[in-house]
Design a binder for this molecule. Structure first.
Ligand code: GTP
Ligand code: MG
Length: 654
């Protein structure tokens, strides 16, 4: 059961051909009939001796390319229609490019309207076609001439199609087996209400199998609905398998809940992402893409604007392929292996033109450093490698974060069983390590260990009195995206090798012991001595000598006393008892609060200090914002300090 797309330039006879082959008129909308052009996708089915095919009739007008892309998302092969009287026109070219970018591998050309041309024009059209398809998947494909006005040509075409469908069915067997092994997925390209039956949605069955009574998630959003009934080619079925067209009646869904562009999947098999890494091929006839550009992403039947980041860090030349990260403006349900098309976005002079396309390699990756050879190599493995190499590549891309083991199959777009076999192999070969539910390369684990050691060392320097870093905080400090299980694994490995020590909930370097905690009694003694000196405090060296302490101990005690508010620090090694400083500051305020300004000399007279002690204290008053010094060297009491002082005075009086 194959799905054939009917593509080609506007007015070249696609809908007429479908009608002539199947008897079904796919131009159903009044507007389509009035204007004589197709606007929406049209669906019909064709029964031939060689098999049954679903036909997707695509609109050819350049304004509706977006719908054509949605239709092309699910096709197995394409019939490219070219009218003999006009030859190859722009949308024939564009539709072919889109099919090529979406990975369509089979097709044929139908030369229509042959009744309108003489042999010479017909030969010209054929030459046109040959030029168009060389270097594409249609190179060497059959070209079938037909006219819907000449029944004998239609009979001949049906015969050719019948043989072709048989051949296709054979080559598709493997692909179909692969599609069926993947979880069910369907991109909605039609949605309508049927009176008395509720909402029906339809699309090309992209993968897997679905049956009546199954529950499906609808993405974006993830709301769940039960499948009430299924229909394939106008016949009710109990279950359906990829590929092919399928209509589903969803119990209790409104049209707004399952719009065109949404994706159906079995619960737990899909999620929306806003970032993916991809291999992108830029069409030949478009200018280079800069390192960061914007485009419209078409994937499945949905669209969103994206930022396109060139991971090599250099612009992408026309006609080449490159590794990119797509950053989506709106999260969409993407899976590795999905094909997509990029078109010019709204502010682009190439608005609406097909620029590029490619295949998703990995969903929700990190933001990579540009030009990182390791990242580019891993993406290469992911694109072309065997399954074990691809698993390893995902782990390399994830670096110290690791890849979640249960998400592997989903992010690779591969069934779970072979993935589990590959993982077992990689663990056995020591090419991967398991950490909780995550897999990391040994290199990443070593890197993480290094970062943890670095972090613990820095912590000891900042907090010498503390016994070590709290385990929970340690991982968070490296990044809250780092899974706790991964950190725990790295710590236990580091512990076994003796490069870190874990004691209870605390991590430290081996041999580290916390600095002695300051004894409050000792600190109290120092403060008493300072207080006795009043405003003429000795510096640290003199103080430690006077009290018989080492400079280090005295400094630690004073640092502690400062934090407690028992002393204030005037200069590098000079401290005052806090109450002494307070009394002196009050004296200064009382004396000068109403003065425009006062000189250093006046301050000296008030406090009776020599310059050695006076200047640091005056600067202390500035530093605590009681006073401010003007360029002439005079000071005045700050307005705020004056206010506060007056309030204290009146408070004291009242
Ligand atoms: N003489 C002649 N006219 C044809 C033939 N096939 C289609 N036409 C005419 O060409 C016009 C366009 O045909 P359609 O089938 O609507 O073309 P289309 O490719 O579906 O157009 P879009 O869907 O808008 O892209 C109609 O007027 C058809 O009658 C043919 O074989 N011979
Ligand atoms: Mg049409």
């Amino acid at each position: 059961l194959l799905t054939l797309g009917i593509a080609g330039h506007v007015d070249h006879g696609k809908t007429s051909l479908v009608r002539a082959l199947t008897g079904i008129d796919t131009d159903r909308l009044p507007e389509e009939r009035r204007r004589g052009i197709s606007i929406e996708l049209g669906f019909a089915h064709l029964d031939l001796a060689g098999g049954r095919a679903a036909l997707v009739d695509m609109p050819g007008h350049e304004r509706f390319v977006r719908r054509m892309i949605a239709g092309a998302a699910g096709i197995d092969a394409v019939l490219l229609v070219v009218a003999a009287d006009e030859g190859v026109m722009p949308q024939a070219r564009e539709h072919l490019a889109i099919c090529q970018l979406l990975g369509v591998q089979h097709g044929a050309i139908v030369l229509t309207k042959t009744d309108l041309v003489d042999p010479e024009m017909r030969a010209m059209a054929l030459a046109d076609v040959a030029e168009l398809v060389h270097d594409t998947f249609l190179a060497g494909a059959a070209v079938w001439p037909v006219s819907v006005r000449q029944p004998d040509t239609l009979v001949e075409l049906k015969g050719q199609l019948s043989t072709w469908l048989l051949e296709l069915a054979e080559v598709q067997v493997q692909r179909q087996a692969a599609l069926r092994a993947r979880p069910f997925r369907l991109a909605v390209d039609r949605a309508f209400s049927l009176h008395g039956r509720g909402t029906v949605v339809a699309g090309s069955l992209g993968a897997g199998r679905i049956a009546i009574e199954d529950v499906v998630d609808v993405w974006p959003g993830g709301r769940q609905f039960r499948v009430r009934s299924l229909e394939q080619h106008s016949a009710a079925v109990a279950a359906a398998e990829a590929p092919g067209r399928l209509a589903l009646n969803l119990a209790g869904a409104t049209l707004a809940e399952v719009p065109i562009g949404s994706t159906l999947a079995l619960p737990g098999t899909l999620a929306c992402v806003d970032r993916c890494d991809a291999r992108l091929r830029l069409l030949v006839d478009h200018p280079a893409l800069s390192v960061r550009s914007r485009a419209m992403l078409h994937i499945g039947t949905s669209q969103t604007e994206v930022a396109v980041v060139q991971l090599a860090g250099t612009p992408q030349a026309p006609g080449t392929a490159a590794w990119v990260q797509l950053q989506l403006d709106r999260p969409l349900p993407l899976v590795a292996g999905d094909r997509f098309v990029l078109r010019g976005w709204r502010q682009d002079p190439r608005l609406g033109q097909t620029l590029a396309g490619g295949q998703i390699l990995c969903v929700q990756p990190r933001r990579h450093k540009l030009g990182d050879a390791e990242v580019l190599a891993a993406l290469g493995e992911l694109a072309d490698g065997k399954l074990d190499a691809r698993v390893l590549a995902l782990a390399r891309l994830a670096d110290i974060r690791g890849v979640e083991e249960v998400a592997l199959a989903l992010s690779l777009g591969v069934p779970a069983d072979p993935v589990q076999r590959a993982v077992r192999q990689l663990l056995g070969d020591n090419r991967l390590r398991r950490a909780g539910g995550y897999l990391l390369t040994p290199e990443a684990l070593a890197r993480l260990e290094g970062r943890l050691i670095e972090r613990v060392r820095a912590y000891h320097q900042q907090q010498p009195q503390r016994p070590g870093v709290d385990i929970d905080g340690l991982g968070r400090e490296l990044g809250d995206w780092l899974p706790a299980a991964v950190v725990a694994q790295a710590l236990s490995a580091a512990g076994k090798r003796g490069v870190l020590e874990v004691q209870g909930s605390v991590v430290k370097l081996p041999g580290f012991s916390p600095k002695q905690v300051v004894d409050p009694a000792v600190a109290g003694k120092l403060v008493d001595v300072l207080r006795a000196h009043g405003l003429m405090a000795p510096d640290l060296a003199a103080l430690s000598e006077e009290t018989g302490r080492t400079v280090r101990d005295a400094a630690a005690a004073l640092a502690w006393a400062t934090a407690q508010g028992h002393v204030v620090r005037l200069a590098e090694d000079v401290y005052l008892a806090a109450d002494v400083a307070q009394v002196a500051a009050d004296r200064v305020l009382a004396a000068f609060v109403d003065r425009e300004s006062f000189s250093t000399g006046e301050l000296k007279d008030l406090l009776g200090l020599s310059r050695k002690y006076l200047i640091p204290f005056a600067e202390h008053l500035d530093a605590v914002r009681l006073t401010v010094r003007d360029p002439s060297g005079n000071r005045r009491v700050r307005d705020r300090a004056r206010e506060a002082w007056r309030q204290r005075q009146s408070g004291g009086a009242g």
